[in-house]
Design a protein around this ligand. Structure first.
Ligand SMILES: Nc1ncnc2c1ncn2[C@@H]1O[C@H](COP(=O)(O)OP(=O)(O)O)[C@@H](O)[C@H]1O
Ligand SMILES: [Mg+2]
Length: 302
């Protein structure tokens, strides 16, 4: 697979604060690559260095064969970047923003088509300030695509959206990739990273702590599954003796058994042996949330 971004040993400090500390990764053409970590982890600094928007102290970066340090202007014509909301004036109309952006750019797409594709045609004459959160987000993404970029960088694009608008945004991100554009998605939302990204770099305190597919990360760092059921007023000391069981916790009638491998089958069989047949027995598969907690010792919203 062709690599479109290569980052080796990137380091960037702000005074004595090392924001990005020896980070290396590469992004393949056509993938949705996630950079996941809590606020302050160094995600934005990393992608700003990659886009040639911020100088860095040491390390090597190549994007589409260009060096963002020396070829920043050429590079920015090939990539798209989602702007912060504050970058647009309140009174600019949807069509004016699209027209203005395409006028700057040598390889712009037909902005009318983009406006229709991103469901903004009805809002053509609406001012930016009158748009809903989801509509603003769609406009910012459409603006990032105006130059028909090979790679698009989306930094916390779903922050501040309600759950319905977030799911719409996820579909939009998948649609970008389906057009053949590589997507670099920066997020602090675990579920977003897990559902959208082909591969993920997890960063914490400036360091890259893991890099794999979401499922690969879960298999490596969170291989425990949890069996959950309710059992009224029953003491179940024998649960702890079942092979593969690591822990048993009770919260009122809710019992959680953590273990590895065939723990579900063993717990189910043992319950039946003891005459307990819970109707709500189920497993909870580990998620990226567990991966993150296991690697860093804290949650993503620290
Ligand atoms: N321009 C700046 N000057 C000084 N410190 C900064 C600047 N930008 C970011 N930082 C600090 O660098 C660290 C990483 O920030 P950032 O890259 O924005 O992280 P993230 O995007 O993961 O939240 C944070 O501690 C932040 O306060
Ligand atoms: Mg950030």
């Amino acid at each position: 697979m062709k690599k479109v971004i290569e980052v080796e040993h990137l380091r960037k400090a702000y005074g004595s604060l090392v924001a990005v500390n020896d980070v290396s990764f590469s992004v393949a053409e056509g993938e949705i690559f996630g950079i996941l970590g809590p606020n302050g982890a160094g995600k934005t600094t990393t992608v700003e260095c990659v886009q040639g928007l911020r100088p860095f102290d040491s390390g090597l970066i190549h994007v589409l064969g260009l060096d963002p340090k020396s070829d920043g202007i050429a590079l920015r014509q090939l990539i798209g970047s989602q702007l912060q909301e504050s970058a647009l004036p309140d009174r600019i109309k949807v069509w004016e923003a699209l027209d203005l952006f395409s006028s700057f750019l040598p390889h712009s797409l037909n902005w009318c088509e983009l406006m229709n594709q991103w469901g903004l045609a009805e809002k053509r004459n609406a001012s930016f300030s009158s748009l809903s959160g989801g509509q603003r987000q769609r406009l910012l993404v459409a603006l990032a695509l105006v130059n028909n970029p090979k790679i698009v960088f989306l930094d916390e694009m779903t922050a501040g959206l309600d759950p319905a608008a977030r799911h719409v945004a996820w579909d939009l991100i998948r649609a970008i990739r389906e057009r053949g554009t590589t997507v670099v998605l920066v997020t602090h939302f675990m579920d977003e990273a897990e559902h959208l990204c082909d591969r993920l770099a997890i960063v914490d305190q400036g360091k890259l702590v893991a890099l794999d597919t979401p499922q690969g990360l879960i298999t490596t760092y969170a291989n425990q599954s949890k069996v959950v059921f309710t059992a009224e007023h029953t003491d179940l000391p024998w649960l702890k003796q079942i092979p593969h069981v690591r822990s048993v916790t009770r919260h009122g009638p809710r019992v959680e058994v953590e273990g590895t491998g065939p723990v579900l089958a063993l717990v189910a069989a043992s319950l039946v042996d003891h005459g307990i047949v819970p109707s709500d027995l189920r497993t909870e598969q580990p998620t990226l949330e567990d991966v993150f907690l296991n690697i860093t010792g804290h949650g993503a919203h620290n």
